[in-house]
Design a protein around this ligand. Structure first.
Ligand SMILES: Nc1ncnc2c1ncn2[C@@H]1O[C@H](COP(=O)(O)OP(=O)(O)OP(=O)(O)O)[C@@H](O)[C@H]1O
Length: 351
């Protein structure tokens, strides 16, 4: 039988049918990120299907057993040819010619270290549309982190030329806080510790500050916990982390999970993830990637910085950019990252 997967809200282009599913039973389910009604032939849920259906991009025959929730599992054996709709690969696979709106447009961006005037960015060009996943790779010191920090308005850097338009507005005119309220999120390589502030209070304050900007009512502690709880589960995070001070004493991997929890709470339009894979064990990497995939919609986008192909196996980008000497010197698809892994930077850049 075919399993019909519908994304809620029910937009027709988000409906697709996967062939040859066998549904073993039916039940009402509560998933880590979304709740849904799983019946013999349909599954309605409030997030994208990528968590449940981590299909590889190839159309080679595919066998998987999916444990949906207690008492419910689905098996399929098929050659998957997605018709339309959302799986994790599709979000990253839009073509430049897509008509989806441009979220971020960076043109000829140059920047220096504010204190010394040392030039770091040398004319970066990059366009990210809604629903796209981009990855930036590059040798140590090529300017990847500086680029992302300049985007969020880090005071260590001064922009000396070029333009950055985010959601139609001049990003460079905005204060860092305004950039965050506008829907830009960055997970830092070394997240800051905030002694004396509990993680729960911090997340609620950040969320309520954002809601206030949007003209929405604050969430009280109980209501906020209800909002947060499924996000914690999705990340396999112990609720005890909510009572601890922000990142204080967290291990490297716990800090990374906490960054993604912040992203989940703030529901940003563009998430810049700087080396979220560093310091993560295999299970943590999968949890984090699963949570990021679960946050993707056709409207929001991800820009991830990484050194390693393995992250891209879990969060599949449609575009891979290579940075060298403060500039994007090559753009391709995920095969570029594979080539890089095999042959090193020498093979694909001028170095
Ligand atoms: N605040 C700063 N002061 C002095 N030099 C800086 C500063 N920020 C960046 N740089 C220099 O700019 C260059 C690019 O650094 P950046 O951190 O952006 O590289 P990266 O590509 O992210 O490297 P990695 O892969 O090692 O994280 C490096 O040579 C770095 O030393």
């Amino acid at each position: 039988m075919a399993l019909n997967v519908q994304i809620y809200p029910p937009i027709s282009s988000h409906t697709k049918t996967y062939p040859n599913f066998t549904v073993k039973s039916s039940n009402f389910c509560h998933f880590p990120i979304f709740s849904g009604l799983f019946s013999r032939n349909s599954l309605n849920f409030t997030r994208n299907a990528s968590d449940l259906f981590p299909f590889p991009r190839s159309s080679s025959p595919n066998q998987q057993k999916l444990s949906i929730c207690s008492g419910v599992s689905a098996e399929f054996s098929s050659t998957l040819v997605p018709e339309s709709g959302h799986d994790s690969s599709e979000f990253g696979n839009k073509k430049e010619s897509d008509s989806s709106a441009v979220l971020l447009e960076v043109k000829d961006l140059t920047a220096v270290v504010a204190e010394s005037g040392q030039k770091i960015l040398n004319g970066v060009n990059l366009t990210i549309r809604e629903g796209e996943i981009h990855a930036i790779m590059g040798k140590n010191g090529s300017g990847k982190s500086t680029f992302s920090k300049v985007l969020v308005g880090h005071p260590d850097y001064e922009v000396t030329g070029g333009s950055v338009v985010f959601k139609g507005k001049n990003l460079l005119d905005m204060e860092p806080e305004e950039r965050s309220h506008a829907g830009l999120f960055m997970s830092f390589q070394s997240p800051v510790e905030i002694p004396g502030v509990s993680n729960m209070d911090f997340l609620r304050m950040a969320s309520n500050a954002q809601r206030e900007k949007l003209g929405l009512k604050d969430r009280g502690p109980l209501e906020f916990y209800g909002f947060l709880s499924p996000k914690l589960s999705a990340l396999n995070m112990d609720p005890k982390f909510l009572d601890r001070n922000v990142n204080e004493g967290f291990s490297g991997g716990e800090k990374k999970r906490n960054e993604i929890l912040q992203l989940a709470v703030l529901e940003a339009d563009l998430a810049i993830l700087d080396e979220i894979d560093s310091g993560l064990d295999v299970d943590a990497l999968q949890d984090v990637a699963k949570a990021v995939n679960g946050l993707l919609t056709s409207k929001n986008s991800v820009l991830m910085i990484t050194h390693y192909q393995r992250l891209l196996d879990y969060i599949r980008p449609g575009f891979v950019h290579i940075m060298e000497d403060g500039n994007v010197v090559k753009t391709g698809d995920v095969s570029l990252a594979k080539q890089l892994e095999k042959e090193g930077y020498k093979a694909i850049t001028s170095a």
